[in-house]
Ligand binder design. Structure first.
Ligand SMILES: Nc1ncnc2c1ncn2[C@@H]1O[C@H](COP(=O)(O)OP(=O)(O)OP(=O)(O)O)[C@@H](O)[C@H]1O
Length: 840
């Protein structure tokens, strides 16, 4: 019944109130009474007369005699009356205007309002509405007077009423501003009482309508532009076709009588756009295994011969690398094959949904990976691929997918990919990846079995090339499993003499099972306060390695380990250096590490270059080979809470320079916030793995782009390989805790944990290699003297000052400052301020 709300509004200002009013009157049907209609008609007529009188009122229509003389304006003789209602209208208009001023218009509106209510809706004259109109008229008149400022003149814009109310009450009591606020408010309240409408909702509604119009207008304009562009494209194609046929006719290929066929396409329709010629779609099931089972006792890697390792195997000669048997056997049964009909049905749904939105596409290949299936589509010519991405939510609804990811386009391809999670996931056991020839390839120095991509290709990273890795994802997304696979990958290839771990685990639970590993340099570090010390030790170790490289004339870790070693007992070192090339001539030249060492020498990182004696590396202390050092940090957030500046600085220093020294960092976090994974850390760790995160913002923190928020969890990951901007989506390798335990037990049975007591002490002491003044060499002593001289001259001392003046590396300069403090030459540190010098 359309009249009900209107009736409610007219009668009581509120439709609900009108209804309740009806209910109160009982169940009997309401019979309109003739008196209501008569009263209604009279009120409407009176209202119209009053309204027309007031809108056409002019004082020139008033008679300029008698009482009216004071109010009338002179009229040229013979001029007709202006008022629509004649002389009566002139008087009526005068009455309304002089009584209520500008608010005089409200009176006829009220009369018409009540008239319509009575006549059309048979409503009662609801007292609240009458009260509303009265308040509206009075407050309107008083407001106009207060606004007009005619303090003692009742011919002002508020009429007599406005004058009396405003002048004698409001302006006197609350001044002009107060009156305007109060009267304006009262006016608004009266309007709400009458109409039952809330002005804010009303304005909001209006704004929504206007913004809807604007959006529709924009969309129409965009569509028009698109159609114009397409039409131009089609015209150009037609023109080319005509030209081609003309040429063919001229060269005689087509008989001149043959009619020239022009592909006429009706304009303005996406559907009629030429669809591209595309290869026939195919279905690939990449989730199936293609690896043959290894023979019992097979290993991914065999230990290198003792002769090759020279002296480096001390204590680990009999170390036996783990074999495949330590991992669970791959299930005999293959994963269920993809259901072709189901895949084709989903593809049809995708194509039809897009078509329903006016986007014409051709279906392409379907690839079923272990976790997701990728449906490729070929967009028609001239279609903006971003239009497909905009329909993400609609495609998710149509395919009933929980999460959907649209690659528009698939990097390196001319198709758009729509990725949907499989109803049945196929796990990727670590063993399957280790059996892959790529894992055993000699090209990868530190192979890491990461997972399998949607095309079934194994994703094997090389930590030596990365050279550092950031792994991030929400809790439960598969991070720990990934870290375990990474550690296991390394354990399968390296003995404790070839690779050592420093594991940092502030959460205490994740890495405890590795405490037995003979590969550990020190037991798993769990105290966040000691982590900085451990990292500082790594920085020192890195710088020490660089000094050794400089001393032996090699450029990097590989050259050092593969160099021809001097016969210590027979040949003096100098002669050997002359006789043998410093590095293997067949090796590729690593310009980066050369530059890195040159820069390190330049900046004094490797100690003052002029004086060879100052290098605290003695020939007989140079080891035969260095092991890789892999620093694993599980939960960066905990460390960043304890000592953000130190941790960030150490990570940045290691990340910048450690590659050529054979030191690599793997950092994991479940808190991908910008204050944890800071810009400095990200800039230095370009290689990343992201597991599922909760928001696009988190994804951007890890990968600098969205995508990780669209992952489906449990090992579904995005991998940003080194030197590439192309993210690879894959299913992470799965290794169970039992498998890891078996692997660790195997390694532990081969060799005792060989913790470095000195390093542990250094970490306990705060990260310096030298614990105290006792270890200061003669060369150091001379340097200390030079530092004291600088401090005395400058009457201030800081690490950066010593770095600058004596061309020292940071660690060395910081150590000098500590020694000067211990000797009482300089005062204690005070933030960034230089220290006080006691020696005057
Ligand atoms: N690659 C994978 N394949 C199959 N299932 C996986 C994989 N990775 C993880 N899962 C499943 O997800 C669960 C959670 O994984 P995981 O413990 O690695 O998460 P997490 O991100 O480390 O969480 P937390 O930070 O709480 O430790 C595992 O118990 C396992 O069932």
């Amino acid at each position: 019944m359309p009249h009900r709300p209107m009736r409610g509004m007219l009668a009581g200002g509120n439709p609900d109130m009108a209804k309740s009013d009806n209910r109160k009157r009982g169940e009997a049907p309401e019979v309109p009474r003739w008196s209501n209609e008569v009263v209604g008609a009279i009120l409407i007529c009176a209202g119209l007369i009053a309204f027309l009188s007031v809108i056409s009122y002019t004082p020139r229509d008033l008679p300029s005699t008698g009482l009216m003389e004071a109010f009338a304006e002179p009229t040229p003789p013979g001029e007709p009356t202006h008022n629509f209602i004649g002389i009566v209208g002139a008087f009526l208009g005068f009455a309304q205007v002089s009584l209520f001023g500008a608010a005089g218009y409200i009176v006829p509106v009220a009369l018409i309002w009540f008239g319509v209510a009575k006549l059309v809706f048979d409503a009662r004259l609801w007292p609240r509405t009458m009260l509303g109109f009265t308040v509206l008229t009075l407050s309107g008149a008083a407001f106009m007077h207060a606004l007009g400022g005619h303090a003692d003149d009742f011919t002002g814009p508020g009429g007599v009423t406005g004058y009396l109310l405003a002048h004698f009450i409001f302006l006197k009591l609350i001044g002009k501003v107060g009156s305007l606020i109060l009267l304006g408010g009262t006016y608004l309240v009266a309007l709400i009482l009458i109409t039952g409408q809330r002005p804010i909702s009303f304005l909001k509604g209006c704004a929504a309508i206007v913004s809807g119009w604007i959006a529709a207008f924009r969309e129409r304009r965009e569509l028009t532009n698109l159609e114009t562009a397409k039409e131009e494209l089609r015209a150009a194609e037609r023109e080319r076709e005509r030209e081609r046929r003309r040429k063919e006719r001229e060269t005689g290929k087509v008989p001149p009588t043959a009619p020239a066929v022009t592909p006429e396409t009706p304009p303005n329709s996406q559907q009629e756009l030429p669809l591209r010629e595309t290869p026939a779609p195919q279905i690939f099931d990449a989730s199936q295994r293609r690896i043959e089972a290894p023979k019992p006792g097979d290993k991914p890697f065999e230990r290198k011969s003792a002769s090759h390792l020279s002296l480096s195997t001390a204590g680990f000669e009999d170390y036996d690398l783990p074999g495949f048997d330590l991992l669970d056997a791959l299930p005999e049964e293959e994963a269920p094959e993809a259901n072709r009909d189901e895949l084709l049905a989903t593809q049809r749904t995708i194509v039809e949904t897009l078509r329903a939105f006016g986007i014409e596409v051709t279906p392409g290949d379907i690839t079923r990976g272990p976790t997701i299936t990728r449906y490729e589509i070929y967009p028609s010519t001239g279609l903006r691929v971003s239009r497909i991405s905009q329909l993400e939510a609609d495609l998710a609804r149509a395919t009933c997918a929980e999460r959907i990811n649209i690659l528009a386009p698939i990097p390196g391809k001319d198709t758009v990919g729509i990725e949907l999670a499989n109803s049945q996931k196929v796990s990727v056991p670590l063993r399957e990846l280790l059996q892959d020839p790529e894992f055993r390839s000699a090209k990868k120095k530190i192979p890491l079995a990461l997972g399998k991509d949607v095309y079934g290709k194994t994703v094997i990273g090389d930590l030596a090339a990365m050279p550092h890795l950031l792994v991030a994802g929400a809790t439960g997304s598969g991070k720990s499993v990934c870290i375990n696979s990474i550690i296991a990958s390394m354990l399968f290839k390296f003995g404790p003499d070839e690779l050592r771990f420093i594991m940092v685990d502030p959460k205490v639970v994740e890495m405890q099972m590795y405490n037995k590993l003979p590969h550990l340099v020190v037991p798993v570090v769990t105290d966040p306060k000691k982590v900085v010390a451990a990292l500082k030790w790594v920085v020192n170790e890195m710088e020490k390695r660089y000094r050794v490289f400089a001393k032996t004339g090699v450029r990097n870790f590989d050259s050092f380990n593969n160099r021809v070693r001097p016969e210590k007992t027979e040949t003096p070192a100098e002669e050997t250096e002359q006789d043998t090339p410093p590095w293997n001539a067949d090796e590729e030249v690593d310009m980066e590490s050369i530059e890195s060492i040159a820069a390190a020498l330049e900046s004094g990182e490797l100690g003052p270059e002029a004086d060879e004696d100052e290098l605290p590396i003695e020939e007989d202390k140079i080891p035969d080979r260095y092991p890789y050092i892999v620093v694993l940090i599980d939960e960066l957030a905990d460390l960043m809470q304890t000592a953000p500046a130190d941790v960030e600085m150490c990570i940045a220093r290691i990340a910048q320079k450690a590659r050529a020294a054979g030191i690599h960092l793997i950092i994991a976090t479940q808190t991908p916030r910008a204050d944890v994974v800071t810009g400095i850390i990200k800039a230095n760790i370009p290689c990343r793995i992201a597991f599922q995160v909760s928001s696009q913002l988190d994804s951007r923190v890890i990968l600098d782009t969205k995508g990780a928020d669209k992952l489906v969890g449990k090992g579904d990951m995005l991998y940003l390989p080194p030197g590439s901007a192309k993210l690879e989506r894959s299913q992470g390798a799965f290794v169970s805790d039992e498998e890891v335990e078996r692997l660790v037990d195997h390694c532990a049975a081969q060799a005792e944990p060989n913790f470095e007591v000195d390093i542990q002490r250094s970490i306990d002491n705060g990260g310096d290699d030298d614990d105290g003044e006792e270890d200061i060499s003669a060369a150091d002593e001379e340097l200390i003297m030079r530092c004291i001289e600088v401090a005395r001259q400058e009457q201030k001392c800081s690490t950066s000052l010593l770095q600058r003046r004596l061309r020292l590396g940071y660690t060395r300069a910081a150590r000098m400052v500590d020694i000067l403090e211990a000797r009482g030459v300089v005062g204690p540190g005070d933030g960034a301020k230089p220290r006080e010098v006691y020696l005057k």
